[in-house]
Ligand binder design. Structure first.
Ligand SMILES: [Zn+2]
Length: 140
């Protein structure tokens, strides 16, 4: 038989559990307010698209390509942006590749627990026609 003391204790336990669950959920969800789509491309995707388009890269394995794309120590902005030149010519100008990286970006963020993200990109840097200059030394 439950006494009023048991009921009060049970109520406190439920409140405590609800607070714990709320804290757990909120502490595991993330919000990202500034992410560059072209800097969040899966390396596997770069290799797949390069193969499909017949574009040679500096590396042909995920491990080697990752080493090329990653900044290993503090660097200048120019050095950082130089990493984009390693793979952007593979993605730019290819509608299917851009659709794929956008889809995979959302998939990756969902797996990371991100519930809100503001992603940005430069249409000019993803194009290979009707822009001047055409970026990444691509052909129109
Ligand atoms: Zn930025």
């Amino acid at each position: 038989m439950w006494s009023s003391q048991h009921i009060a204790l049970n109520h406190i336990t439920q409140q405590h559990m609800l607070k714990y669950i709320t804290f757990f959920i909120l502490s595991h969800l993330q919000i990202e307010l500034h992410v560059h789509l072209d800097g969040a491309v899966r390396v596997e995707t770069i290799l797949d698209v390069a193969k499909r388009r017949g574009i040679a890269l500096s590396a042909c394995t995920v491990e080697d390509m990752t080493q090329i794309c990653v900044i290993h120590q503090p660097a200048t902005l120019t050095e950082f942006l130089g990493k984009f030149a390693e793979y952007m010519h593979v993605i730019a100008g290819d509608r299917e590749a851009i659709k794929r990286i956008a889809y995979e970006f959302v998939e990756d963020k969902a797996k990371e627990g991100v519930i809100y993200v503001e992603v940005r990109y430069s249409p000019h840097l993803l194009a290979n026609t009707d822009v001047e200059p055409i970026p990444w030394n691509q052909k129109e």
